[in-house]
Design a protein around this ligand. Structure first.
Ligand SMILES: [Zn+2]
Length: 301
């Protein structure tokens, strides 16, 4: 695959008690047209080249907030156990269909690089239950699906869980009970009701309804340094431009308003934007650019 055309600076971040640790869980591929909606291919392919199936490279990047005595994970990537989860027919096709790399980094390997095992995670915050965010939340043990993190409390928005249980036709291929039902059965899924400041120390939930209903974008702040885990509100640094939306997004105009509001704060207060799906950087700082926004610096954290 082609290397990034961007310059990327290495930076170490600490916010309050938390070390900021990107957790790559394995790259995958999605149709480039679907990832950039109405933006013409001649514009986006300069920075995001396609493979022979017109797929662009995507990261599934979770975020570990590591602190003494408390480790918090935001999102979990695609996970594995596709046959156990999605059945023989779809499961065997799944990894191939999305070009999921099962040989590179994984949730387990990336946590291990920070000295942690699944048992060491105390909280798992799910932005939404699409499979590329919640797939790693559950796993198969002895023929049964169970929470991947045996000692963790999980967090999700009530409205998103409702959507996941009764998905509309457009999102039906993205929401699977196997990724959240075992959490409900074990009683470890904390149901959140809308925006909430400091639901965990220094961690707040901001609601975004443009991509899917009741996605929660996660703000980590100590009053000095702030990082926004953008989820699918801004999946890559290329999507910082307000009208650069995904074809998948349910409510484009709503999403544009949400981007305007949150990116204004980010530009005005130098918040780091953390990108779940950008294969070419972990995070960026942005500035206002006329009525829109532009990246000023990209980072590996
Ligand atoms: Zn999504």
């Amino acid at each position: 695959m082609t290397k990034s055309k961007f310059e990327v600076e290495k930076r170490t971040l600490k916010i309050g008690p938390y070390e900021i640790c990107p957790i790559p869980t394995g790259q995958f591929g999605l149709d480039g047209g679907a990832m950039f909606g109405t933006v013409p291919k001649v514009l986006w392919e300069k920075t995001n080249p396609t493979d022979e199936k017109n797929r662009i490279e995507m990261e599934a990047r979770a975020l570990l907030l590591k602190s003494p005595g408390c480790n918090i994970l935001i999102d979990t990537g695609n996970g594995q156990d596709f046959v156990a989860k999605y059945g023989e027919k779809l499961g065997t096709k799944f990894a191939e269909m999305y070009g999921i790399d099962q040989n590179g980094p994984s949730l387990e390997k990336s946590l291990k690089a920070h000295g942690l095992k699944f048992e060491d995670i105390n909280h798992v915050v799910l932005t939404h239950l699409h499979f590329d965010h919640a797939g790693g939340a559950t796993t198969e043990v002895g023929g049964q699906l169970v929470p991947t993190f045996p000692h963790a409390q999980y967090w999700v928005q009530k409205g998103n869980l409702e959507t996941a249980r009764k998905p509309n036709l457009r999102e039906r291929a993205s929401y699977y009970p196997a990724n959240f039902q075992p959490l409900l059965e074990k009683g470890v899924l904390n149901i959140m009701h809308g925006e909430q400041e400091n639901f965990l120390p220094g961690i707040s939930a901001i609601i975004s309804n443009g991509h899917t209903l009741n996605q929660q974008v996660i703000k980590v702040s100590d009053g000095q340094t702030t990082l926004l885990y953008c989820g699918d509100m801004v999946p890559t640094s290329t999507h910082v431009k307000i009208p650069w939306l995904m074809g998948y997004d349910l409510h484009p105009l709503t999403l544009m308003e949400e981007k305007e509001k949150n990116l204004s704060e980010a530009a005005d207060h130098s918040w780091y934007l953390f990108f779940e799906h950008d294969p070419y950087c972990d995070a960026a700082l942005i500035e206002r650019n006329g009525h829109d926004f532009a990246v000023t610096k990209r980072f590996w954290l």
